[in-house]
Design a protein around this ligand. Structure first.
Ligand code: ADP
Ligand code: MG
Length: 352
């Protein structure tokens, strides 16, 4: 059963809908990332689930229990949801232990029980023994861990995160990615995690919901969103890659033969008609090879493990200008060089 369900959820602040008729299920114990550019409605979705905002239309359910519709809302404190925001909102005058214990004290949990539970969650976030530290002594990453511990101590079945790593530097972010995965494993909570960082979304979640302008464009496993984007907007937003025009000349179950610049190869498809299509080619699925599509090197950037090479396909005369491809090449090439490119994987973008 789904632990959270939003149905036809719309939120208007003025004329524009921050969230526009979104329906989405969150399975019990799942980890869903809401991914999309700033302003697309991610925070609004979280606030509606948490109960800080009321829907203009549609409903929010936990299991089969109605949490909110336009007429009736269960207040946030009665939903039993844990929330962690980008700003840590810790109490500076309390030490770490007091901050983390706060939700338990507010619920009159027995003193004898509090110390043990605080110790256990501090352990879980890697702050074992930090109880009597002052908040101002802590780094940004440690403060975020305290905020996380304070959320975890309440043992909520549903935890909502709103860009919790946005204020941290890159190195810390990757270590926190491990902490979040570990927390999901250990608590089994249903997690909804908002981010505009695609790498974070792909690494953390078992499902990624790509949002744009108040809509969910695709909600699927990270591998599916990356390898089989539902449309050009998702393809452009997730990962690097080139979208080129090709021509389907033959079609079988799940694959099509595409002609691209006079070269034919097999492309995965959800089922597209013969004729003009847009094909997504990921840089790591392309390589310079003795045979394949003829191309000219435009430029090459050394990235360490690979050279990131930009190429222009050489089309036969009269077939339009050369389309550009981005490829991760293990082979060094120089601008102006003529090469051939072959693709080990490609995807026809539906409806493009
Ligand atoms: P995200 O979290 O994806 O950046 P938000 O959900 O915060 O996006 O915002 C979506 C849209 O709704 C934005 O255009 C934002 O300006 C608008 N919005 C959000 N909250 C309010 C509010 N309280 N009042 C008016 N407009 C709002
Ligand atoms: Mg936001």
């Amino acid at each position: 059963m789904s632990e959270i369900r939003v149905e036809g959820l719309t939120k208007r602040f003025n004329e524009t809908a921050a969230l526009n008729a979104v329906s989405l299920d969150f399975a019990a114990g799942s980890f869903t990332a809401l991914l999309g550019p700033s302003g697309c409605g991610k925070t609004t979705m979280l606030r509606l689930i948490a109960g800080f905002e009321a829907p203009s239309e549609g409903r929010v359910l936990f299991g089969d229990e109605l949490m909110a519709d336009p007429q009736r809302q269960v207040p946030p404190e009665a939903r039993g949801v844990g929330v962690v925001f980008q700003s840590y909102a810790l109490w500076p005058h309390m030490d770490v232990g007091e901050n983390v214990a706060y939700p338990l004290k507010a619920r009159h949990v027995k003193r004898s029980e509090i110390a043990g539970r605080v110790g256990a969650v501090l352990d879980m976030v890697g702050l074992n023994g930090f109880e009597s530290r002052r908040i101002e002594e802590l780094s940004g990453g440690q403060r975020q861990r305290v905020a996380l511990a304070r959320c975890l101590v309440a043992d909520a079945r549903i935890i909502l995160f709103d860009e919790p790593l946005a204020n941290l530097d890159m190195h810390l972010r990757s270590s926190m990615v491990d902490a979040f995965r570990d927390i999901h494993r250990r608590t089994g909570a249903t997690i909804v995690y908002v981010t505009h960082d695609q790498a974070e979304a792909l690494a953390l979640a078992d499902r990624v919901a790509i949002m744009s302008r108040g809509k969910v464009l695709q909600a699927a496993a990270p591998q599916e969103v990356y390898r089989a984007p539902a449309n050009a907007a998702v393809a452009g937003f997730v990962g690097r890659g080139s979208i080129v025009s090709g021509f389907v000349v033959d079609q079988a179950a799940g694959t099509a033969t595409v002609d691209l610049a006079g070269h034919r190869f097999s492309v995965r498809t959800a089922g597209s008609p013969l004729g003009a299509v847009k094909v997504l080619l990921r840089p790591e699925a392309l390589r310079i090879s003795p045979e394949g599509m003829p191309a000219a090197v435009l430029d090459s950037i050394y990235r360490g493990p690979v050279h990131e090479v930009r190429l222009a396909l050489l089309t036969p005369p009269g077939q339009g200008r050369g389309q550009e491809l981005l490829i991760d090449s293990t082979e060094a090439v120089t601008a102006g060089q003529r090469v051939h490119v072959s693709a080990s994987d490609a995807w026809i973008i539906p409806g493009a």
